[in-house]
Write a protein that binds this ligand. Sequence first.
Ligand code: BTN
Length: 263
Amino acid sequence: MTTPQPFPAEFIQPIAHVSSRLGAFASPHLWFEEIGSTNTAAVRLAERGAREGSVVAANAQVAGRGRLGRSWASPPGAGLYVSVVLRPERPSSLVTLAVGVAVAEGIDAATGLQTGLKWPNDVYVGPRKVAGILAEAGQSTEGPFVVVGYGVNVFRASYPPDVADRATSIETELGRSPDRGLLFAEILAAVAETYDELQGGHSSRILNRWRVRAGTMLGRTVDWSDVSGTYQGTARDIDEHGALVIETDGGVRRVISGEVRWR
Ligand code: BTN
């Protein structure tokens, strides 16, 4: 890993402004002008003992990774590419869901937009995706850890034009240039606060906020595949473990991972 650099000037004041909300996420914050993947770097640091709340962020990723083995476009200065190291006391499938809620709330706080969520944790504005989350679990001598990385399309240049029917950026939605430093700070503060809520045993509050944001996605027809076949049903809810509850002709099914396609 190369040596971290100072954060860009536009991040300094917004981070100072939220510092009282950051708790364990107040430091260290490592910034890289260019990196392979902030998740890969954060996993390496966690394997070597990085403490909970460590943050790795980059101006560009040359090997940004998405869910299900996909890549994540990460051109310089166009998005937010951030990973946090978590060491949850109770390993919880709700951690990524909670970070999804936090990313959505942080975007809204910084911009006034109203983002929605699509299971498991894609952040949408209307029908287009604006942010995604990748969680990776591991183990170090300090115990188990989870690295949760989020990528936010801040400027139009953050995603390839050929996905413009499915992706959007904050710049596109606002119709003006957003403040990337403010977005970074508000999202990180929301992650810190939501993670504290989760660790404090308040997962039902987080699930309820998820349900409100996923309102337009629930009640819709979905199909999904697993090792035994492809199925279709109606998305109804998420359960207390964060599984998507789907009503099918053959009964209620709970989907815990993989890809769900919404009709
Ligand atoms: C997805 O929706 O497929 C998840 C995208 C996650 C992208 C972020 S950007 C920061 C972190 N580093 C990575 O390589 N991936 C995540």
